[in-house]
Structures are given as structure tokens and as C-alpha cells.
Design a protein around this ligand. Sequence first.
Ligand code: IPM
Ligand code: SF4
Length: 416
Amino acid sequence: MPQTLTEKILTRASGRPISPGDIVEVNVDLAAFHDLTGYHVIEVMEKMGKVRIWDLDKFVLAFDHLAPPPTERAAEIQVGLRKLAKSLNVKYFHDVGDGILHQLLLEKYALPGQVVMAADSHTTTAGAVGAFAQGLGASDIAAIVITGKTWLMIPEPFKIRLMGRLNPGVYGKDVALHILREFKAEGLSGKSVEFYVDDPSAFPMDYRATVSNMGTEMGADAAMFIPDQETINYIRNTRNLDVKPVTPDLGAKYMDEYDIELSRLEPLVAAPHSVDNVKSISEVEGLDVDYVFIGSCTNGRLSDIEAAAKILKRGKAKARCIAIPASRDVFERALELGYIDILVKAGCVVTYGTCGPCIGGHFGLVGPGEVAVSTSNRNFIGRMGSKEGKVYLANAAVAAATALEGKLADPRKYPS
Ligand SMILES: CC(C)[C@H](C(=O)O)[C@@H](O)C(=O)O
Ligand code: SF4
């Protein structure tokens, strides 16, 4: 039987023939946790009396959520995790400032065809390179880190085909928001979404990562891009590694298929207080905005910083603006290309890879009565700070145009 990408990966990982709905045990190729969930994972491991890592080549730890630590408690947790990482000889440990875990997994570790499991819901981001990547709770991750195995129910494969090219001002974020408008939040639960891109160069890795990242908001078990030339180029450029893509067989059967003509999309926003409350930019244009956040594992990549800089080079931001490249590599590249210089001169506060504002943790929270535009992935009440604040989710160009005007703005007014 011809197999989908999902079936191919999970057949290999479970070592037996599978069908949707089966519950199987799989070998995990890559596991990870961060400072915030790491604390709970270790707690579970301690209770089990097994604080160990099954394979040091397959485990990543990154400090990103409360990094640098904004409280004494967060600092204390990091002291403990750092000591533990040392005593267990953790090979891939990313301390404060290296970046957000999902960006690090994408840039440095995840490979096509792998099973990737981490203690954070946005682990789906690694699906951008064609990995079956899923977020799990602390107890499940503890079991994986000890044994290298987990169990899962085989999801139904669902195919989304991306055709044509995006127009200027429209990005991966708008594809994600379009899908959320069509299928609603959690609308794809129980599905493993496989994205097929007609013209690989029309939808670069950064955009794929945004869509895979928000697969979580769609409720998908996994949101993978079928590996293609773009995947090969990305891994060659970031890691100097040649990979052989794992792809679905011709004639593989999906439970359903959905097509998106990219040229028909326009810049979209998710209005308060739900990720699927999607509106076109023209419906919200002109609304006063107090605060703009450009960053997170959704949209803190080089193409986002570039899109923002190309708009913010026109003048000073009128709204308070915080820009956070998602990793040290993104930051350094943006520095070399002059984007950081532009953002700083436009009056933005710029710092290095942290979740900070996205989760309302630190480094800039939304105040009561404030309206914010954020490139992140969640806008429920209180997510980014005050319960009396409002958050619009958008792409980085919308965010930058909004910062420039102090009002929700259409980036197409600022062609580069
Ligand atoms: C803290 C963590 C458990 C959480 C997640 O899993 O998604 C966070 O990253 C988020 O985005 O809300
Ligand atoms: S950047 Fe935001 S969404 Fe991403 S892992 Fe951090 S808190 Fe979660």
C-alpha cells in the first residue's frame, strides 16, 4: 500500500504496519525540554528514581521561557537544571541567550523523517523540515528521556496543498491564519497535516516553520511539510549536511485534501481574543495600537526581522516596539545584514532569543486597556499580560507597519 509521510515515519518508528487509530509504541529520534517544563520533567524523573538520559546524541535542553531569569525562583530553577545538565553530560545544552528551543531544533537538530517529541506544545514547528514533531506533557517526556520510547495513536493523514506564490506583504503567518479561519482553532485535531508545496522556492523554510508552529493552534497532532528541494537547501545551508528526504508514496491516501492558492491571500490578523477570530487587514486598519511585539517561535526568524527592518527603515516607531530574533544565529545574521541597526534606530527595544513577551512572562507585558499587535501565536485573555489588554496576531510586516504608524496598518503601503 502506498504510504503517506505520516505512515512512513511512524511505520519505521514503531517497526510494524500501522493504520490511523492504532495505538503504537514508537522510538523517538529527538527529545527536548526547556527551563519551564524541564523543572517538571526532572521532578517526575526524580519521583521515578531514574534521572538519566537514554541517548545524549538525541536530547536537547534550552533555557528560553524565563531567560534571562526575571525572578529569583526562575534563577534558582536554572541553577538546578544547569548543574544537572553538567552531571548528566548533556551534550546539547543551550543556556540563556542561545534562543528559543523550537528555533534551535529547526536550525540545528531536527531532520526529515524523524520523530521529535518535546515538552512544549509548539514542538510542531520542527514539522517544517518534514519531521513528525509533537509536544507532550512533562510525564510523557520524562518517560521518553529515560527510555527513548513513547506511545501514540496514529493520526489521520490530511493533505494541504499550497499552490502559486504569495503577494508582497503576505507571509507564512497569513497561510496559518487562513487555515485557522477555515478550520477554526482545534479544527484539525486528531490529524497529521502534510503540506505539499507545488513550487518549493515559493514557500521558504521560515514560512513553513510559522505554519507548522501554528499547527498546534489548529489542534493538529503534527504539521509537516513534505521534504523537497527547499528542505535540502535549508539543511545544507544551516548545518552543512546533505539529507535524503523521506517523502510520501505516489497514490498515498489521505482522509481529506484542501488546496490553497497563495496569490489569493492578503494580510490577515487574529483579533482578540481568539486565534481563529481572523479578519483581513482592511477590517481593522487604523485602530490605535500601544505596543508591538515582533518575535517568538512563530515569527522571530530572519525573514521576519528583515520584513520589519524594511518597513521600519522609514522612520521612528510611534508604538512601543520590542523585537526579539528567535535565536543567536538569527540575531547575528540580522546584525550582519544591518537589520538590527535599523530596528534600534527606529526606537525598538531589541534583545536576544527569549520567549519573554509571548507568554507574558517578562521583558514587556501588555498593560490594562492596551492594544497590542504581536507576531506570536496566542492571543487569549491575559496571555501577554493584563486581562484587560487586547492582542491582535499578525505577520511581521503588519506588525512593523503598525509600529511605524502607531495604528494597525497594511504593510502593502510600504513596498520594499
Ligand atoms: C510553557 C509551555 C508549557 C507552553 C507550551 O507548551 O506551549 C508555552 O511555550 C506556550 O507557548 O504557552
Ligand atoms: S515563544 Fe511563545 S509560543 Fe513559542 S515556546 Fe515560547 S512561549 Fe511558547
